[in-house]
Design a protein around this ligand. Structure first.
Ligand code: UTP
Length: 299
């Protein structure tokens, strides 16, 4: 069976990004002119997903508005001779069917996924964190597509992982597993350790914000008590799932930007702006001048 549905949790409080996130969802922070969540949705669509459930919450209306039509804006743009921009604004989110569900209390990522049970039903499904941009190298498939290709062969839950420097392991969920004898990039998961200290970390492989699950994850979530911070942790449920059935980790070909982290947001913004032809050349020159400590021309 093909994976058709995806869940995008986007209901978190974004406390690491206050005060910006007091009235604005962190998933709507722009990378130059495109919100993070639009990158995530495009990755899902380019990976073949047809149906997306976005988990939102209080103060997240900007998300629904962004993927809705805005006739006043389109009318204004057309009348100002910007028909092409009007089309672009209208087409946002047209590539997949989008549904929404609200998480009333921010009880953690596991709780957010649990809310998708009825919508997903008895099918395998993907999860894409709404605050995470995956950046594959040129010529590589979109991040989620890499996981789905593997899922179609092995038919088991898979989590994407990437290597991180040892001193960073305390920021992530870290994987302990047995390498596959035929594929050095694949591990059979034994357990996930949430934010271990470097000496305690079983590896340097960190979970990357993209998953494919069999529907059995919902039973595992139902048995998961509240853990760290009173939240239902997805990693706890995945540890249970790994006891019940095989779960794999794929060390994939892609970089991950965790936008909830201010430094990673800044890096992502600068990198993406440098790649664009409209902003790249002048920004590169500007950064070079800044780094050289030269005098700044007055604007
Ligand atoms: P994070 O743990 O990074 O988000 O969750 P957070 O809780 O908003 O972050 P801080 O620590 O307060 O800054 C990863 C993804 O899961 C969603 C978030 O919106 C984010 O996209 N999430 C998290 C939920 O949907 N519900 C939750 O209860 C928690």
């Amino acid at each position: 069976m093909q994976v058709r549905k995806a869940v995008i949790p986007a209901a978190g409080m974004g406390t690491r990004f206050l005060p910006a996130t007091k009235s604005m969802p962190k998933e709507m922070l722009p990378i130059v002119d495109k919100p993070v969540l639009q990158f995530v949705l495009e990755e899902a669509a380019e990976s073949g997903i047809e149906d997306v459930l976005i988990v939102t919450g209080r103060g997240k209306q900007a998300i629904e508005n962004h993927f809705d039509y805005n006739p006043d804006l389109e009318y204004f743009l057309r009348n100002s001779g910007k028909a092409e921009l009007a089309e672009r604004v209208r087409d946002i989110g047209e590539t997949v069917r989008i549904h929404y569900i609200r998480q009333k209390e921010q009880l953690g990522l596991g709780d957010a996924i649990r809310l998708a049970r009825q919508h997903v039903g008895q099918e395998p499904f993907a999860v894409l964190l709404g605050d995470t941009i995956i950046d594959p190298p040129p010529g590589q498939k979109p991040g989620l597509r890499q996981l789905l290709d593997l899922f179609e062969q092995i038919r088991a839950s898979i989590v994407a992982v990437h290597r991180v420097p040892r001193e960073w392991v305390a920021r992530y969920g870290i994987v302990e597993g047995d390498p596959d004898p035929f594929d050095p990039n694949l591990l059979r998961l034994r357990r996930l350790v949430e934010k271990p200290s470097p000496p305690e970390a079983p590896s340097d492989l960190a979970i990357a914000g993209r998953y494919v699950f069999t529907p059995e994850i919902f039973d595992a979530l139902d048995c998961t008590p509240r853990g760290v911070g009173g939240e239902i942790q997805l990693t706890d449920a995945m540890n249970q799932l790994a006891v019940d059935e095989p779960v794999f980790a794929l060390a994939w070909q892609a970089r991950r930007f965790d936008i909830g982290n201010r430094l990673e947001y800044a890096k992502c913004f600068v990198e993406f702006a440098l790649r664009r032809s409209d902003t790249g050349p002048e920004l590169r020159a500007h950064i070079a001048r800044l780094l050289a400590g030269g005098p700044e021309p007055l604007l």
